[in-house]
Write a protein that binds this ligand. Structure first.
Ligand code: HEM
Length: 520
C-alpha cells in the first residue's frame, strides 16, 4: 500500500476510534499513529541513515544509553519510521504501557524475527529443517507446539533441581581452572571472558546434549567441538546484528556476512547433530520409560522422537544460553568485586550454608536459602542487563498508551532495561544495592524493588514467550557465584567496565579480576 494509502487508513481508524472505551469503561481519547513523537524521516532516505556510524550523531554502541537519549528527547513512546525493508520501530519506556503490550499479545505472541537465520533454515538447509524454523523464529501454532514440548521439562522446578549437583560440579571445576589460569599477580588473563563462555557452554550442554562437552580443560584445542561452538555462537551474534539490525542489503546483493553466517550456522548444526544423535543412541527407546528421573533431552525425545527437532531445539538452547549467561556471570562477579562490603556480606551468608567438604554438592534447599545471593544476582541483572528489553508484534490493531497502532505496521520494543537505570523506578539506580530485592521487613536504605510497577523488571521477558531457560540460568549462576566466592575474594583494579550492545550486551574490556585465595 502506498504511503498516502496507509495514512488514509489510519486517519479513518482514528476518526472511528477517537473515543474508545478503555478496559475500565472510562472514555479515552486516542491519538493517531502519525502523532507518535519521534525523529522525522527524510524523503527517500527515511530514518535508516540515523543508525549509520559517522553520518549520524546517534551513538549506537550501547543501546541502553542510546535509548535513554530517545526517551529524554521524545518521551515514553517513540516512533522510528522510514526504515527500508523493515517495520517501524515503536519504543516504549512506560511499565504501564508494557503491561498493555503483554496483555494484548494474544495466544501466539510474536517476537523479533531473525530473518538471516530464517533464510538459513528455510533456503540454505531446508533438507534438515523441513520447515521448522526453531523456537526463536517460529510463530503461531507450530511455535506453541514446540514450546509445549520444551516447557514441560524446562519450566519445571523439579527438573531444574535434578541438575543442581551436575551444575554445581561444573562450577567447582571452573573454580579449579581459575586457580590454574591466574598469573603470579593473582590476576585473570585478558580473555577470562572466554573462560566464562566455556563455563556457560559446559553447563548448558548438560541440558541440550545430555553430556559434558569438556570445555573446562586448561588448554582447550582451537579445533575442539567446545571451542568451535563458542566461536560460532559469538560470530553468529555479531553477524545477526549486522544482517538483522542494520539495513538488510543482503536481501538484494551478495553478502560476505551472510556467507559467514551460513558457515557458522553449519558448524553449530554439525556439532548439535553429533551430540544429540550420540545421546539418543544411548537412551534407546524411551516410549515406555518412566519420566520422573529423566533428563531434559530424554523428556523432549519421549514426547517427540524426531531427533531432528531435538537437534534444532538443542541449537536454540545453546544459542540462547551461552553468551547471555556468561555475560551475566561476568557482571555479577564484577559488581561484587567493585563492592567489597556487599561481597563480604554475601561471603558470610555462603559460609553458613555452603558445605565445608568440597566433595559435597550443593542441594536445591541450600540454594533456596541463599537469599542475599539471589538478591545480588537480580541487582546485577538490573545494573548490567544482557538484553535491552523485549519485542512484540501486535496481532491486531491496538491502542497503546494514547496512540493507535495499526496491525502489521510496527514492532514494539519494550525498553525495560532503560528503566532499570532510572531513579524513578529504582532509587540510586546507579548503585549496587542488593538489599532492594530482599523481602519487606529486611532493612534497606532505598525503596524496595517490589514497589516498582510489576512490568518494570523483566529480565527474562514475560508471558508464554518468556525465556524457557530462566530456572536453569538461576541455578547455574547461584552455583557459580557461591563456589567462586567461597574460594576467592574478588578484587577489581581496572577502570570501570563499559558495555557494547550487539544483540547481547557484552563487556567492552577484559574481565581482569584479581582473584585472592580466602583464608579459611
Ligand atoms: C541470563 C541469562 C538469560 C537471559 C537474561 C535471557 C533472556 C531472555 C529473554 C528476555 C527472552 C525473550 C523473552 C520474551 O520475548 O518474552 C529470551 C528468550 C529465549 N531464551 Fe533466554 N535468557 C537467558 C538464558 C537462556 C538460557 C540458559 C536458555 C536455554 C536454556 C535460553 C533460551 C531462550 C530461548 C530458546 C528463547 C526464545 C523463547 C521463545 O521465543 O519462545 N535463554 N531469553
Amino acid at each position: 500500500m502506498s504511503r498516502s494509502g496507509s495514512t488514509r487508513r489510519s486517519i479513518f481508524s482514528v476518526r472511528k476510534q477517537s473515543t474508545v472505551v478503555a478496559a475500565n469503561t472510562s472514555p479515552k481519547h486516542v491519538k493517531s499513529y502519525e502523532e507518535i513523537p519521534g525523529p522525522k524521516p527524510l524523503p527517500v532516505l527515511g530514518n535508516a541513515w540515523r543508525f549509520m556510524p559517522y553520518i549520524s550523531s546517534w551513538d549506537m554502541t550501547d543501546y541502553i544509553k542510546w535509548s535513554r537519549t530517545m526517551l529524554e528527547q521524545y518521551g515514553k513512546i517513540v516512533k522510528i519510521g522510514g526504515l527500508p525493508g523493515r517495520k517501524d520501530m515503536i519504543m516504549v519506556f512506560d511499565p504501564a504501557v508494557i503491561a498493555e503490550v503483554f496483555k494484548k499479545e494474544g495466544p501466539y505472541p510474536e517476537s523479533f524475527k531473525f530473518e538471516s537465520i530464517e533464510y538459513y533454515r528455510e533456503k540454505v538447509r531446508p533438507d534438515f529443517f523441513e520447515g521448522f524454523r526453531g523456537i526463536f523464529n517460529e510463530n503461531g501454532k507450530i511455535w506453541q507446539e514446540a514450546r509445549f514440548i520444551l516447557n514441560q521439562p524446562m519450566m519445571n522446578t523439579s527438573v531444574a533441581n535434578l541438575y543442581v549437583p551436575k551444575t554445581d560440579q561444573v562450577a567447582k571445576d571452573f573454580v579449579k581452572l581459575v586457580k590454574i589460569l591466574r598469573n603470579d599477580k593473582m590476576e585473570m588473563h585478558d580473555d577470562f571472558h572466554n573462560e566464562l563462555h566455556k563455563w556457560a557452554l559446559e553447563s548448558i550442554s548438560l541440558i541440550a546434549y545430555d553430556t559434558r562437552l569438556g570445555c573446562l580443560q586448561q588448554n582447550l584445542a582451537k579445533d575442539s567441538d567446545a571451542q568451535r561452538l563458542i566461536h560460532s555462537i559469538a560470530k553468529l551474534y555479531q553477524l545477526m546484528y549486522e544482517l538483522d539490525f542494520q539495513i538488510p542489503f543482503w536481501k538484494f546483493l551478495p553478502s560476505k556476512a551472510l556467507n559467514e553466517l551460513i558457515e557458522n550456522a553449519d558448524t553449530m548444526l554439525e556439532i548439535s547433530q553429533k551430540y544429540v544423535t550420540q545421546a539418543s543412541a544411548k537412551f534407546g527407546d524411551l516410549s515406555s520409560s518412566q519420566t520422573s528421573d529423566m533428563s531434559v533431552l530424554q523428556r523432549i525425545l519421549k514426547r517427540d522422537p524426531n531427533t531432528k527437532r531435538a537437534v534444532i531445539m538443542g541449537m536454540d538452547i545453546i544459542f540462547g544460553g551461552v553468551d547471555s549467561t556468561s555475560n551475566t556471570a561476568g557482571s555479577i562477579l564484577y559488581l561484587l568485586a567493585r563492592n567489597p562490603e556487599k561481597q563480604e556480606k554475601l561471603y558470610q551468608e555462603l559460609k553458613a550454608i555452603v558445605p565445608a567438604d568440597p566433595d559435597e554438592n550443593l542441594t536445591p534447599n541450600q540454594l533456596n536459602s541463599l537469599k542475599y545471593l539471589r538478591a545480588c544476582i537480580k541487582e546485577a541483572m538490573r545494573i548490567a542487563p544482557v538484553t535491552n528489553g523485549n519485542v512484540r508484534v501486535m496481532p491486531q490493531d491496538v491502542v497503546l498508551g494514547d496512540y493507535f497502532i495499526p496491525k502489521d505496521r510496527a514492532e514494539i520494543y519494550m525498553f525495560n532495561s532503560t528503566l532499570y537505570m532510572l531513579d524513578e523506578y529504582f532509587p540510586n539506580a546507579d548503585k549496587f544495592i542488593p538489599e532492594r530485592w530482599l523481602r519487606q521487613g529486611e532493612s534497606c536504605t532505598v525503596r524496595k524493588a517490589s514497589e516498582a510497577h510489576p512490568y518494570t523488571f523483566l529480565p527474562f521477558g514475560h508471558g508464554t514467550r518468556q525465556c524457557p531457560g530462566t530456572r536453569f540460568v538461576n541455578r547455574e549462576l547461584e552455583a557459580l557465584v557461591a563456589r567462586m566466592l567461597i574460594e576467592y575474594k574478588l578484587e577489581w583494579h581496572q577502570p570501570p567496565l563499559d558495555y557494547i550492545s550487539k544483540i547481547i550486551r557484552t563487556p567492552l574490556f577484559p574481565l581482569k579480576f584479581t582473584v585472592v585465595d580466602r583464608v579459611k
